[in-house]
Design a protein around this ligand. Structure first.
Ligand code: AMP
Length: 281
């Protein structure tokens, strides 16, 4: 597996491959890899000749009071996991290469960030769109793979690629969960043992809601009220949002008469957890 630490090295790796007609699948990550990340890499192996992973904790997508400094990092472990998963190259730039002095361009979306996580994380999705656009320019992949765990991020990236006419396919991949249902996340390491049960309430809420909608419940406010009660039964939780929304625009839905996205963000101790599920009547 190649380890590429400069933009020039990454570019020359990709252009050699592209000139020889090979296809590249790209998996952007912030590292501290887990099985969710590995599932994206495996998908990349199925879909393309080569898989490139980036590891970059992108400073411009963190707010001033968020966990940029504390974000977990373990490069040696990440490289071993990527290698074992059959990744061909890992791109690990540093922040001064990505954002040198004088950097001044931001990609800002008008509508999608006005929902869900965008409301409590102002500027977050512009930071995501900007770094993804840069990474796509540097890595020059045929396709890029993103997890549905970060559903809103996936929509933002798809929209940005469409709006800017970027020549890359955006592929979504399903959420990978722990045995108890908790969606895998690098931030799960912030959870103390006794917070784990509270963290699992997110998945319980989603599966309960899915059952109720399938059984005929059509009122989003009823679904949301039960979800709130279930989560608030754990005193260590603080709900950021629980939403039932249109899966493509993220606009709130009141009457459920087709597939809807249920999405939630809940703080459990230091960890801000997100999860989502499609509910179908
Ligand atoms: P991150 O390192 O958290 O920025 O995530 C990098 C990529 O992995 C994003 O596309 C995420 O959506 C995806 N991802 C993170 N956790 C999971 C999971 N549990 N299942 C599937 N994809 C995931």
């Amino acid at each position: 597996m190649e380890i590429l630490r400069t933009i020039d090295a990454m570019r020359s790796y990709s252009s050699t491959l592209r000139q020889s007609g090979k296809t590249i699948a790209f998996v952007p990550t912030m590292g501290f890899l887990h099985k969710g990340h590995l599932s994206l890499m495996k998908k990349g192996r199925e879909l393309a000749d080569r898989v490139v992973v980036s590891i970059f904790v992108n400073p411009i997508q963190f707010g001033p009071s968020e966990d940029l400094a504390a974000y977990p990092r373990d490069e040696a472990r990440d490289l071993e996991m990527a290698d074992k998963t059959g990744v061909d190259a890992v791109f690990i730039p540093d922040a001064t290469q990505m954002y040198p002095d004088g950097f001044q361009t931001t990609i800002a979306l008008n509508a999608l960030p006005g929902h869900l996580c965008g409301l409590s994380r102002p500027g977050h999705f512009d930071g995501v769109a900007t770094v993804v656009a840069k990474l796509l320019g540097i890595v020059w992949p045929n396709m890029a793979i993103f997890g549905e765990k970060d559903y809103q991020q996936l929509l933002v990236v798809r929209q940005m690629v469409k709006d800017l006419d970027l020549d890359v396919d955006i592929v979504g991949a399903p959420i990978v969960r722990e045995a108890d249902g908790l969606a895998m996340s690098s931030r799960n390491m912030y959870l103390a043992d006794d917070q784990r049960k509270a963290a699992c309430s997110l998945y319980r809420v989603l599966t309960e809601s899915k059952k109720r909608v399938k059984a005929g419940e059509t009122r989003a406010d009823t679904i949301i009220a039960s979800a709130e009660a279930l989560i608030q039964a754990y005193p260590e939780t603080r709900i950021d949002y629980i939403a039932v929304c249109d899966p493509s625009t993220l606009d709130a839905v009141t009457a459920i008469d087709g597939p809807v996205l249920m999405a939630l963000a809940v703080k459990v101790g230091r960890a801000r957890l997100i999860d989502n599920m499609l509910l179908t009547p």
